[in-house]
Design a protein around this ligand. Structure first.
Ligand code: ATP
Ligand code: MG
Ligand code: MG
Length: 406
């Protein structure tokens, strides 16, 4: 009927048509890596215009964006110039110039999530202080400024002791573990010393790592994706299983912690909440990402609304979509660089070739200009009738890989 909520008829009876796609708002994304690329893919389906700011001319998002401004997302003048071109400013990486975002907000630029959120999250120590003030459970932590304070942290938390860079961390590159006192100074040196800002974290003896993507719309509606299990190799996300094989109680607790953590932050968008599950069933928050996340790649094939579409819906002010799974199970496998240059490309291509022959497997390749060891080059998502079936399919993919000589 004419009064159906789906109708776009205005009271005058004239069709209200946006200037271009589903939303006429131009979305500016700081960063043009794989997350930016997948945002562009989702945007293309809805004909939403996404422009990206990234220093690399051949960044993964470049070829798929409506416009790519080549420049640094950490440079104030560049970010301000970029902001003039977009209706809403968002991020695919948190290591951006937060002070400039704050300034832009004061001038009326629409940043989603808010600059305050980026400021808190981009400094892991501030992030921990923030969440502990909001009574979110997390491993004990302490700032360290010299060897004495590092030793004090070790006295309090014991060994192994996790030492982390406050800023610019990703893929575990800001983490170092000291197994005993003799390793303290080498761990600190490995992170570039105290001057870069370090803190110590109590070791979390987790049995599983879990993650929940939480979406918040501009109208403050909140939806949570299913709890997933993330499996890391050398501190790098390697495999994601959705849904996580945990009890309903753990699902409830993890979702609750994730929802509370995100509600303490401001702005619209999707957020990923990484957590530890301890042997006694406790949930501890590890960190939050204010953007789409590796643990949500699987949602492209496995959920009614992918995290990328959801992020766009959230920041432009469309209604949020259904985050639930449309397949019984999904596994995401990260294609990490195994070698530098051509030999690395060759190994990845052999893997992709095998994946293309597996039912329910979808290959994503980020088209990064350079291959480096441990670098995220692409991923493969398996969807299918049960986790058991998918585990067998992943095994068959990797079993053949060992024959190839890993
Ligand atoms: P990301 O790529 O997720 O942003 P990151 O560089 O920010 O990673 P973290 O998430 O802090 O790094 O840590 C990476 C991994 O290291 C964790 O997923 C976990 O496996 C391990 N880890 C981190 N903190 C601890 C801890 N306190 N105790 C035990 N293991 C930890
Ligand atoms: Mg991180
Ligand atoms: Mg992490």
């Amino acid at each position: 009927s004419a009064s159906s909520p789906d109708s776009h008829q205005t009271s005058s009876g004239i069709q209200a048509r946006p200037v271009h796609g589903t939303s006429e708002v131009i979305v500016g994304v700081l960063g043009g890596g794989q997350l930016g690329r997948m945002l562009c893919q989702a945007a293309s389906q809805m004909a939403i215009k996404v422009i990206v700011l990234d220093p690399s001319e051949s960044c993964p998002a470049s070829s798929l964006s409506h416009y790519h401004m080549v420049g640094s997302y950490d440079d104030s003048a560049t970010v301000q110039e970029f902001a003039k071109r977009c209706g809403v400013l968002t991020v695919e990486i948190e290591h951006v110039d937060a002070a400039t975002l704050e300034k832009l907000e004061q001038q009326g630029v629409d940043c989603q999530p808010k600059a305050s959120t980026i400021r808190i999250i981009q400094d892991k120590y501030l992030q921990k202080v923030h969440f502990s003030r909001h009574a979110i459970p997390l491993p004990k932590f302490m700032q360290i400024d010299d060897l004495d304070s590092a030793k004090r942290a070790a006295d309090l938390f014991g060994y192994p002791l996790m030492i982390k860079s406050r800023r610019l961390a990703y893929d575990g590159r800001g983490n170092a573990v000291a197994k005993d006192e003799s390793e303290l100074s080498s761990a600190i040196n490995a992170l570039g010393g105290y001057s870069h800002g370090l803190y110590a974290e109590k070791w979390a003896p987790f049995i599983k790592e879990l993650s929940v993507i939480v979406a918040r719309g501009r109208d403050n509606s909140v939806l949570c994706y299913p709890v997933v299990e993330t499996i890391h190799r050398d501190n790098i996300c390697h495999i994601v299983k959705s849904p996580a094989n945990v009890s309903w109680k753990i699902v409830k607790d993890a979702t609750d912690v994730a929802r509370r953590a995100v509600s303490s932050l401001e702005g619209a968008g999707v957020f990923a909440v990484e957590m530890f599950l301890t042997v006694d069933g406790q949930i501890l928050l590890n960190e939050v990402a204010p953007r789409p996340h590796n643990s949500g790649h699987h949602t492209i094939e496995s959920c009614f609304t992918s995290q990328y579409e959801q992020h766009l819906r959230a920041v432009v002010g469309l209604p949020l979509g259904d985050p639930s799974m449309k397949t019984p199970a999904a596994i995401m496998y990260n294609i990490l660089g195994e070698d530098e240059g051509e030999p690395g490309f060759l190994l990845a291509h052999q893997l992709i070739g095998r994946a293309l022959g597996i039912p329910g497997a979808s290959v994503h390749w980020y088209d990064k200009p350079e291959m480096r060891k441990q670098r995220k080059m692409g991923h493969i998502t398996f969807v299918g009738p049960s986790m058991g079936v998918l585990e067998a399919r992943l095994k068959s993919l990797l079993g053949e890989e060992t024959v190839g000589g890993e």
